[in-house]
Structure formats: structure tokens, C-alpha cells
Design a protein around this ligand. Structure first.
Ligand code: V1P
Ligand code: CA
Ligand code: ZN
Length: 388
């Protein structure tokens, strides 16, 4: 519930890097760091920067690139980090060799100008958010440029080069005993799941589209962790067209008993916005309000929270969702009418609303009531395996 805490304002910190928004994956690539610029303009347009602690992360001022690289090396291999670091200096032939050897898809993960700096930017911004939670300086820490959940130890995957989530969680494990990772991006959070598959100290759960060769093709209900990590991983495979009511109902009915049983000391929520209707890559039908309802629910659990971005390929909608969710973090319900004098306002036509309705041209919901019910029952069974 909003405004349930009248004695203390929720301490929210907003972590951003002015440089990250300037990078380009290439003209035909769906991942557009420009969406972060739209997001930031909306957030400032609504005045939200005035009610949060602002952290401007700056690599130039931060003379601790060594420290940052040490944290990255807690997950990624030395060889891979060296490859990323020397990319723009290496010969094309040397780069090609690493790509081939490691089966890297350079359509999804192109080598663009300043790639290493881009990676350090979003990763250090996530680490800045993590740090404010570690030091108990905020209740909720936000980095919309983070959440790149597919990156693997040795290689990039699905638009993600460094896995800022894994790197951040590994750092947070120094002070926090149990961390819950929730992923509402339409894609399976495979990189994060894999990194913590053998441990009970990080519980990972991802909601995603599964089936029909949808990237990355993992995330079946049966993937539940191994060894010490057995039962500390959940997957919620869904089909095309799921809508707000069904999604949020399923989300709450799973997350609620999960948090009760696992009792996490911190929650990291990846808020990939490609689960919204009309996403260029996604096939779900969530609205800004439905997507935000998940954030609102997680906030209501009263556990320290890190909010990260992720996917999202229709930039105006991505920025609407992340601005709305920044409002939710601050217990504010933002007026529907977008701010006057908003830069790039034409991108929000024809409605100029923060909460546009989905039109009629949405995909059919292929998730039957029986399918969703069966899925929920199986997931609740898994949760019962956790020690109370
Ligand atoms: O499907 C694939 C590849 C093609 N291979 C045979 C597998 N790649 C997807 C990658 C989606 C990544 C999502 C990242 C995230 O979860 C987190 C940031 O949101 C893909 C798709 C697609 N429709 O699934 N790549 C592209 N489209 C693509 C299109 C144009 C140019 C470059 C990549
Ligand atoms: Ca997901
Ligand atoms: Zn995605």
C-alpha cells in the first residue's frame, strides 16, 4: 500500500551516470541506451530528483577503476575482462578469434565504440546502488542502466556484456546473508540463475516467456537449483499475451509465501520493461500500471530493495514504466498528464499520458486459466521444500 509509513519517508537513492546514455549498439540494434535519457527526462520532469538522494556516478572522478575491476573479477574470467578492455585496440582478427572460440553472437553483442567504458559505467552504477544498501543509507536504491542479466563468466550474451547483477549481489553477500533476486524482464534471467545455482544464499526467480525458441530458451519449471542450491531457484514459464491481472495475481501469490519462507535480508528486482505490451521484442501485454504493481508489491514487503533496469525495446514505454516505478519507490502517484516542456515530448504521442491504454492490436493471451493454475500449484509445492 502506498503511504503506509507515515512516520518516515522511504529513503530512495537514484544512481545514474551521465555518460551511459550516449552509447550506441548500432543503427539496427533494438537495445537503445537513449531510452535512459528519456527515462531521466521524465523523472526530472515530474520533479522526482528533488525527493531522492542523487548519486552521479563518474568513472573519471572515481580513481578506483582497479577496485571496480577486482569486483568484476569475482565473477568474470580474467581472459574475458582483458578481451573487453583491449577490444578497441586489438586487431579485428584478434577479436574475431575470441568471438569464435567462445561462440559469441556479435549480432546480439556487437563491438561498438567505447564498449568497455559503457560496461564499466553501468556496472559501477549498480555497485553504487548496492553500496548505499550495504551502508544502510537507503531503503530503495535505483539504477535503470543496470540489470543486464544474460552475461556469462566468459562471454557476453543477449545485449549484456558484464553481469552487473551478479557482480552487485556478490558484493552484497559480504554484508547480507540471504538475497532474493526477482526478474520480471520477459526473458529468462539465465546469467544470474547460473551464477547462484549451487548456493542457498541467493534465491533466484524469473518470470519469462518460455517456448517456441524464445531467447535464451532456458528457464523451464524444472530448473530449481542443484546441491546446496537445490530448491533455491524458481522459474515461471509463461506464454504470449499475458495481461496485468493474471500476471500480478500470479506474481503476488508466489512472491508472498516465498518471502515469508526464505526471509531475505535484501531483494534485488530486475525490472526489464520488455514485458510491456507493444514491446519491439516482447510478446506480453502488461501496462505501465501492471508492471509497476509488481514493484509496489515488492516494496510493500518492507525489505531493503535494489531496483534495476534490463530489457525494454520501445523506448517511450520503457521510460514511462521506469519513471512510474521511481514514483512508486517514493510513495508518489504521478499525475497522468506528462510534464510541460518535456524534451522529446513528441515520442509520447498521441496520448501524452504516463499510463496509455493498450489498443486492440495486442496479442491474444495464450495462457489458459488451467495452465496458470497448474503453474502456480507446482511453484507453491517447490516453495514448501524450503526450511521454515
Ligand atoms: O534470438 C536471439 C539470437 C539469434 N540467435 C540464433 C539467438 N537473440 C535475441 C536476444 C534477445 C536479448 C534480450 C536481452 C534482455 O533480456 C536483457 C537486456 O532484454 C534477439 C532478438 C529477439 N527478437 O529475440 N536479438 C535480436 N532480436 C536482434 C535484432 C536485431 C539486431 C540485433 C539483435
Ligand atoms: Ca525474466
Ligand atoms: Zn529481456
Amino acid at each position: 500500500e502506498l503511504n503506509n509509513n507515515l512516520t518516515h519517508k522511504t529513503r530512495v537513492s537514484y544512481h545514474r551516470n551521465a555518460d551511459t546514455i550516449n552509447y550506441h549498439y548500432g543503427p539496427f540494434h533494438p537495445m537503445k541506451p537513449f531510452r535512459l535519457r528519456l527515462t531521466d527526462h521524465l523523472i526530472t520532469g515530474y520533479g522526482l530528483h528533488n525527493v531522492m538522494d542523487l548519486y552521479e556516478v563518474d568513472l573519471e572522478q572515481n580513481n578506483n577503476i582497479n577496485l571496480l575491476e577486482n569486483k568484476i573479477l569475482k565473477f568474470h574470467s580474467k581472459e574475458y575482462l582483458t578481451f573487453l578492455k583491449n577490444l578497441n585496440d586489438n586487431s579485428d582478427q584478434e577479436n574475431k578469434k575470441y568471438l569464435i572460440k567462445n561462440d559469441i553472437d556479435d549480432n546480439d553483442c556487437p563491438i561498438f565504440h567505447g564498449l568497455y567504458r559503457y560496461c564499466l559505467n553501468y556496472t559501477s552504477t549498480t555497485l553504487s546502488a548496492i553500496e548505499s544498501i550495504k551502508q544502510n543509507k537507503s531503503d530503495i536504491a535505483i539504477n535503470w542502466s543496470g540489470g543486464l542479466h544474460h552475461a556469462k563468466k566468459f562471454k557476453p550474451s543477449g545485449f549484456c556484456y558484464l553481469n552487473d547483477i551478479v557482480i552487485g549481489i556478490l558484493d552484497l553477500l559480504k554484508t547480507h546473508a540471504r538475497i532474493l533476486y526477482i526478474d520480471i524482464d520477459i526473458h529468462h534471467g539465465d546469467g544470474v540463475q547460473e551464477a547462484f545455482y549451487l548456493t542457498d544464499r541467493v534465491f533466484t526467480i524469473s518470470f519469462h516467456k518460455y517456448g517456441g525458441y524464445f531467447f535464451p530458451m532456458t528457464g523451464a519449471l524444472q530448473e530449481t537449483g542443484v546441491e546446496k542450491g537445490k530448491n533455491y531457484c524458481l522459474n515461471v514459464p509463461l506464454m504470449d499475451g499475458i495481461k496485468d491481472f493474471e500476471y500480478t495475481q500470479l506474481f503476488k501469490s508466489i512472491i508472498s509465501p516465498l518471502v515469508e519462507s526464505y526471509n531475505p535480508e535484501c531483494i534485488v528486482l530486475q525490472c526489464g520493461a520488455d514485458s510491456l505490451g507493444y514491446d519491439r521484442l516482447g510478446t506480453f501485454n502488461l501496462t505501465v500500471k501492471g508492471h509497476g504493481e509488481c514493484v509496489k508489491f515488492v516494496k510493500s514487503l518492507g525489505v531493503p530493495l535494489v531496483l534495476l533496469g534490463g530489457g525494454g525495446y520501445t523506448p517511450p514505454n520503457v521510460s514511462r514504466a521506469w519513471c512510474y516505478e521511481t514514483g512508486i519507490a517514493n510513495d508518489l502517484i504521478l499525475r497522468e498528464k506528462l510534464p510541460e516542456n518535456l524534451p522529446f515530448k513528441k515520442y509520447y504521442s498521441p496520448d501524452y499520458s504516463l499510463y496509455p491504454e493498450l489498443g486492440d492490436s495486442i496479442l491474444t493471451d495464450l495462457n489458459s486459466k488451467t495452465f496458470l493454475n497448474d503453474t502456480r500449484i507446482r511453484l507453491l509445492e517447490q516453495i514448501r521444500y524450503l526450511q521454515g
